[in-house]
Design a binder for this molecule. Structure first.
Ligand code: IYR
Length: 223
């Protein structure tokens, strides 16, 4: 059934000069986003995280089924469980499960199996993808689930950065333990990514390797 369409009333038109300035300003802002691995334990109000998750929920997605669920974790007990289980998996990963090529690729980042920030940071946001959506008591398939959840996660990271928080994307492998820890162990939902959010620690650093971004020519052709 086709549904009503509404007039587009919230589009804002800018002059080309203004658009260029806005695009430049945005680039300068997003360039300051860095994955950090040392977080302060300073508290961050839940209201800020709520707004960022609302922003993530506006992401374009397949058939507007919004195939995602977010679990925002502030509980010290649950963070401790996540740290313990993630570190056990990472130990196996760094001990060889990753394979030589992957471990070589990670050397410039200086990462290892220790993940103290999983306990230090005030918020861990577990992102889940959903195969199906329930609508008026009916189970409906979701479409482009991976793409949709990826875009929503990008929106989330951008919203957290814009709010003034440091972030890290973390993908312990396998991530299935997150389903149990977050109480979402069902056959419809799969853990997609864990986003760590909080203030950077005073001694937080960023690896030089992570700053080296490809040039426009390298990443784009105009034809
Ligand atoms: N999940 C591991 C390994 C890791 C993998 C990639 I690809 C990175 O860009 C960074 C780390 C860890 O968090 O240490």
């Amino acid at each position: 059934m086709t549904q009503a369409h509404l007039p587009l009333t919230d589009f804002i038109e800018y002059s080309p000069d203004e658009m260029l300035k806005r695009a430049q300003d945005n680039y300068q802002q997003v360039k300051r986003r860095h994955s950090i691995r040392a977080f302060s334990d300073r508290a961050v109000p839940q209201a800020i995280i709520e707004q960022c998750i609302l922003a993530a929920g506006t992401a374009p997605n397949g058939a507007n089924h919004q195939p995602w669920h977010f679990v925002a974790i502030n509980s010290p007990q649950i963070k401790a469980q996540i740290r313990q289980q993630a570190e056990a998996l990472e130990q196996a990963f760094y001990a060889g499960r990753a394979g030589e090529e992957w471990l070589d690729a990670l050397k410039p980042l200086g990462t290892n199996a220790d993940k103290p920030y999983l306990e230090h940071a005030p918020w861990l946001i577990a992102v889940f993808s959903k195969k199906r959506t329930e609508e008026s008591g009916e189970q409906k398939s979701n479409y482009y689930v991976h793409e949709s959840v990826g875009i929503a996660t990008g929106f989330l990271i951008q919203a957290l950065h814009h709010a003034g928080l440091g972030t890290l994307t973390h993908t312990p492998k396998p991530m299935s333990f997150l389903s149990k820890v977050c109480g979402r162990d069902n056959d419809n939902e799969r853990p997609y990514m864990l986003i760590i959010a909080g203030y950077p620690a005073d001694d937080a650093t960023i690896p030089q390797h992570a700053i080296d971004k490809k040039s426009l020519n390298e990443i784009c052709d105009f034809i």
